[in-house]
Ligand binder design. Structure first.
Ligand code: SF4
Ligand code: SF4
Length: 105
């Protein structure tokens, strides 16, 4: 098993963000703001919760009138360093993190 450590050699177990529950996420954007690694992005969903596409920053896309609400989607999971910052700011507890020694490479 790989040992993960901080700079001073203390044991540190990264907790990678692997998914966000689209049913409970309110699309507040807090996780996106604190993440330094470009792991997740806002996506539009329709009335049925189907993902319509990524919402580009600064653009007011309504997906041809289909947009119901926005949720955060983990679309670049491989960028995550497991810092845990996103978990600290989420008001809905809708994120799933997995310890680095439990996640498949
Ligand atoms: S754990 Fe850290 S790097 Fe990973 S998604 Fe959350 S804030 Fe970004
Ligand atoms: S902080 Fe939580 S509720 Fe807000 S966008 Fe991120 S996952 Fe969704």
């Amino acid at each position: 098993m790989t040992d993960f450590t901080t700079r001073d050699g203390s044991v540190w177990m990264p907790e990678y963000l692997v998914s966000i529950d689209g049913a409970t996420c309110i699309g507040c954007g807090r996780c996106y703001k604190v993440c330094s690694r470009d792991v997740m992005h806002l996506h539009g969903v329709d009335d049925e919760g189907e993902i319509l596409g990524k919402c580009e920053e600064g653009e007011d896309e309504d997906f041809d009138g289909e947009l119901n609400r926005m949720i955060m989607v983990v679309d670049q999971a491989g960028n995550c360093i497991g810092c845990g910052a996103c978990a600290r700011v989420c008001p809905k507890n809708c994120q799933t993190h997995v310890a680095a020694d439990k996640v498949a490479a």
